[in-house]
Design a protein around this ligand. Structure first.
Ligand SMILES: [Zn+2]
Length: 173
C-alpha cells in the first residue's frame, strides 16, 4: 500500500509542508496549498482478428518483466487520444487512427517509482488490429504476446486497476 503524501517541502518557497489528509499539502510559510492529484495515463485493448488481446512485457521498473497493456503517461498539452496514439506508435511501431479508438472507461491505480508514490487515472481504449499489422516492440516494451480473454494470467499483470477492469470486461462463468 502506498503512502498518501510524500512531498515534504513547498515548491514555491522551500518551507515545510503541513500534511492534511487525504491529499492536501499546506505551506507553513507562504500558505501555498498544493493538492496531490492523479496523473493521467492511457492504455489500450488491442484486439487481433482471433479476438486475442495484445499484452506487452514491461522492460523497466516499476513492475519490470510483468505483463501490461500498451500505453503510458499523457504528455503536457496532449489530449488523452493523442497520448494513446503516440504511445502505441512508440511502443509497438504501428499507427492507430484516433477515429479508430473506442473509449471503454477509466481505472485508478497506484504507481510507485523511486521514493515517490503516486496515483494514476487511466483512460482505457479499444482498437482492432489488422491481420497484417507489423509490430516492433520498442521504448519501454521488452516483448509482446497475444492472449485469449479466457487465458489472461491475472497474477502476472502489473497493475491492480487493469486487473479489475479486465475481469469486468471479460467476465468468466
Ligand atoms: Zn511556501
Amino acid at each position: 500500500m502506498i503512502k498518501e503524501i510524500d512531498y515534504t517541502f513547498c515548491p514555491h518557497c522551500g518551507s515545510k509542508f503541513i500534511k492534511i489528509p487525504p491529499n492536501l499539502l499546506q505551506c507553513t510559510h507562504c500558505d501555498l496549498q498544493f493538492y496531490i492529484n492523479p496523473k493521467p495515463t492511457t492504455a489500450m485493448l488491442l484486439i487481433n482478428p482471433q479476438d486475442e488481446i495484445l499484452f506487452v512485457v514491461r522492460k523497466n521498473d516499476p513492475k519490470k518483466g510483468m505483463l501490461d497493456l500498451p500505453g503510458g503517461f499523457v504528455d503536457i498539452n496532449e489530449t488523452l487520444e493523442e497520448g494513446m496514439v503516440r504511445e502505441i506508435q512508440e511502443e509497438l511501431g504501428i499507427r492507430i487512427s484516433i477515429n479508430a479508438l473506442t473509449y471503454l472507461g477509466s481505472t485508478v491505480d497506484e504507481y510507485s517509482y523511486g521514493n515517490i508514490d503516486g496515483r494514476t487515472i487511466n483512460a482505457m481504449y479499444r482498437a482492432e488490429l489488422s491481420a497484417n499489422a507489423s509490430i516492433v516492440p520498442a521504448d519501454d516494451v521488452e516483448d509482446f504476446l497475444f492472449i485469449a480473454p479466457n487465458n489472461i494470467p491475472y497474477d502476472k499483470l502489473a497493475f491492480q486497476g487493469m486487473k479489475d477492469f479486465l475481469k469486468k470486461y471479460y467476465p468468466r462463468d
